[in-house]
Design a protein around this ligand. Structure first.
Ligand SMILES: Cc1ncc(COP(=O)(O)O)c(C=O)c1O
Length: 406
């Protein structure tokens, strides 16, 4: 790794992904850097190798100087997100009065599921999907029903409709009967953009989802944590902005796009027909987010746009870089650069590394990727690589992966 450290000592001021040297990153104490031994290059968990955006660092520093480290209050976070949504996605429908602060996105999802379903009610997910979807939903005693993505990694509507049908009430008429009996209240937990594939759902797809969910009496809870991270030329569409989604519930956060997972905060947002549901959220949930986290997230959304632009350019470069490195060194890996997230979903089934290539890459190549297995059906033989690193680290990661194959 010596040569990589030397290369990384040359800072590039415009690209946040090139500002920290490997030596600096290794001093971090977070999960990405402390789970594996020192000789392992980590490109697994969704932390980014970036310094804080300057406006975020400034806001936190000011709060610390003031001792402004009490409990969160007010709606500044929601106001900043509403402005950001308007500016970046052309969406003016985020009503601050229909939001609630929650400790983080996963706990926000748990609270939304409690509002619109009961133990035993099925929760539909599009596998392969972010592993905590299985864990958190399971811990809530809701069975997970898988509706696999299609081979193009997009929503497969026949599979989704099947899942909706089997999860609940069968038809619109059945839905009414089911409601009368107090039967199942199925929920569709949509990931948009999708982790791990990076798929950015289109307005047409989201509209179709909204209508199908209504037809089958399924409530939609959508995890939009990766929303700000889209490739050049792609557009993120907020689920609540499409017709038919008025009874949806969304979770958004600045935590992925500005690397603020350690500064806990997120927002739950209700469509107009879900306002009463969100209003039933227990008051104490709002005590969970960190006040300093809320300050950081608010500053990111309000003043972190230039930094985000620079990050997105760096990620665009990294997607291209990864594609060309794989074509050169590991051509049998399947990789189609995604439109969203900073994640790359790699099909390693032709490498001959067995059902868990991540294990081989770790053991033989000393590079840590996320094992596709944890992402549910369809994940076996795949790995997820975190692209939010410098080009030098990505280059070294592919070199290590290739060394594990020979
Ligand atoms: C799709 C998705 N949802 C939720 C999370 C976790 O968010 P939080 O830390 O706010 O719970 C992640 C983290 O990578 C994620 O990718």
């Amino acid at each position: 790794m010596e040569s990589v450290s030397r290369d990384l000592d040359m800072p590039d001021d415009s690209n946040p992904l090139r500002r920290l040297s490997l030596e600096q990153l290794r001093r971090r104490t977070s999960m990405k850097w402390r789970t594996y031994p020192h000789d392992v290059l980590p490109l697994w968990v969704a932390e980014m190798d970036v310094p804080l955006a300057e406006p975020v660092a400034e806001a936190i520093t000011d709060a610390v100087a003031l001792g402004d480290t009490g409990y969160p209050a007010g709606t500044a976070y929601a106001e900043a997100l509403a402005e950001f949504a308007h500016k970046w996605w052309g969406w003016g429908g985020l009503a601050v009065g229909r939001t609630a602060i929650v400790p983080d996105v996963m706990l926000g999802i748990v609270e939304m599921l409690k509002l619109v379903s009961s133990p035993g009610d099925p929760v539909i997910v599009n596998c392969p999907v972010y592993p905590p979807f299985y864990q958190f939903v399971g811990n809530l005693d809701r069975p997970v029903v898988e509706a696999p993505l299609g081979p193009d990694l997009r929503i497969e509507f026949a599979a989704l409709e099947n899942a909706f049908r089997s999860a609940g009430r069968g038809s619109a008429r059945g839905a009414a009967l089911g409601a009368a009996r107090g039967a199942n209240r199925p929920v569709y937990l949509l990931c948009s953009p999708h982790n791990p594939t990076g798929t950015v759902h289109t307005a047409a797809e989201l509209t179709r989802i909204a209508h199908l969910a209504r037809e089958y009496g399924v409530r939609v809870v959508v995890d939009e944590i990766h929303a700000p991270i889209v490739a050049a030329g792609a557009s993120f569409v907020p689920f609540l902005s499409v017709p038919g989604a008025e009874n949806g519930l969304s979770l958004m956060s600045a935590s992925k796009a500005w690397n603020l997972a350690g500064l806990k905060a997120a927002l739950a947002i209700a469509g107009p027909e879900a306002a009463d549901d969100l209003a039933r959220i227990p008051e104490e949930v709002s005590h969970g987010p960190s006040h300093v986290g809320v300050i950081a997230h608010t500053a990111a959304l309000r003043d972190g746009g230039d930094w985000l632009d620079a990050l997105l350019r760096g990620l665009d470069d990294n997607r291209r870089l990864l594609a060309s490195l794989l074509a050169e060194h590991l051509p049998s890996i399947g990789y189609a650069p995604a439109q969203g997230t900073f994640l790359a979903w790699l099909d390693c089934r032709d490498l001959g590394l067995g059902s868990d290539p991540a294990e081989a890459f770790l053991k033989r190549g000393r590079v840590a990727l996320s094992s596709g297995r944890a992402f549910g059906t369809g994940g076996e033989g795949f790995v997820r690589l975190n692209l939010a690193a410098s080009p030098e680290v990505i280059t070294e990661a592919v070199r290590r992966m290739a060394s594990a194959v020979v």
